[in-house]
Design a protein around this ligand. Sequence first.
Ligand code: ADP
Ligand code: ASP
Ligand code: MG
Length: 422
Amino acid sequence: MALIVHKYGGTSMGSTERIRNVAKRVAKWARAGHQIVVVPSAMSGETNRLLGLAKELAPGRATQAYHRELDMLASTGEQASSALLAIALQSEGMESVSYAGWQVPIRTDSSYTKARIESIEDQRVRADLAAGKVVIVTGFQGIDEQGHITTLGRGGSDTSAVAVAAAMKADECLIYTDVDGVYTTDPRVAPAARRLSTVSFEEMLEMASLGSKVLQIRSVEFAGKYKVPVRVLSSFTPWDIDINEEARSGTLITFEEDEKMEQAVVSGIAFNRDEAKISVLGVPDTPGVAYRILGPVADANIEVDVIIQNLSKDGKTDFSFTVHRNDYARTVDLLKEKIVPALGAQEVVGDTKICKVSIVGIGMRSHVGVASTMFRTLSEEGINIQMISTSEIKTSVVIDEKYLELAVRSLHTAFGLDKPAE
Ligand code: ADP
Ligand code: ASP
Ligand code: MG
């Protein structure tokens, strides 16, 4: 008997018919003698619908009080899907009970809309499992010290599931989604993408942090910190497929150094459409410029990603960086009102129609010329690179958003990632 956490994403929970299918699959695992905790997402579209209603009532609002209510609101999506799944399991003849985050409780800090899990108490869940029940724990949400409901950021149910698995020392965490594993890149963008049967923890961490939304970054961090075996697999296989076959399907995140002889240099391509670029032009080039621009940005709790400073000419330089698109207007206002006048810079310009494309692979550590192959491939397609950022196992470029698909597909081919033609 094993203790296994199942997580089902929004599409997998998208209708009562799909919820029934999830219930049948879960019941199959429980009847095979396993203890099962299920972490569901809200039904697909529900979180967007709820947040859209709030936006209608208060466009552009960004206060703490508002963010508190957003969490109160968005958390209802998971509460509903969890109760529906418990009902579906009961009607399959399985004893089942669902808990909201605060009932477990899953304790978080108080950063509404992007809270971090601090601890999980598992006594209640364990008692129900021991009594033979399937326990359902809402994804995406928790409770802070003052008793306010919090949510974990978009895609946060992945993190709930891995955190529950870590806290309960589960044997495995199965992330059921609408694709049958982790691919070399998003198969919706590059149909030639190939499923990986394993992916190293480090590569998964990079892919997630660079925008592959198949797993939320924090879930990968939890998996690494607590060594939780995580497998990504499809919820769209027939629910009654052989359980051993199902248990081996999808993509497993591995923690050992891969000993494959022919480790691919680049294992995957990630992209991110959520960033915007901002440039401060004509900045007097004196020591401390980066700090005087980015210090106040950081103080305003705005995360900065790629940064470049140009060579100075006539004592002036240009300084560019990217932020999340949601923070774009706020950052430009801050620069215009406070930073540019204080620095004596010329002007601020920005572009929201950019994207970041990254190649990822632990093989890049031991190979030279990988970045130059990337730059050559993009230049052959006539794609202009606006910014570059590198680390040991990734190279990212910022390009015009309209070239996203072309860039991803041509890099996918250039690095030999396409699946063999059928
Ligand atoms: P869920 O609702 O199950 O959490 P998500 O939509 O959050 O599902 O994540 C699954 C989606 O992630 C896939 O449908 C796919 O389009 C996208 N995706 C992005 N990059 C990858 C990748 N490298 N491998 C697989 N899927 C990816
Ligand atoms: N329902 C939340 C979202 O849409 C959490 C999740 O699906 O993981 O972001
Ligand atoms: Mg997701």
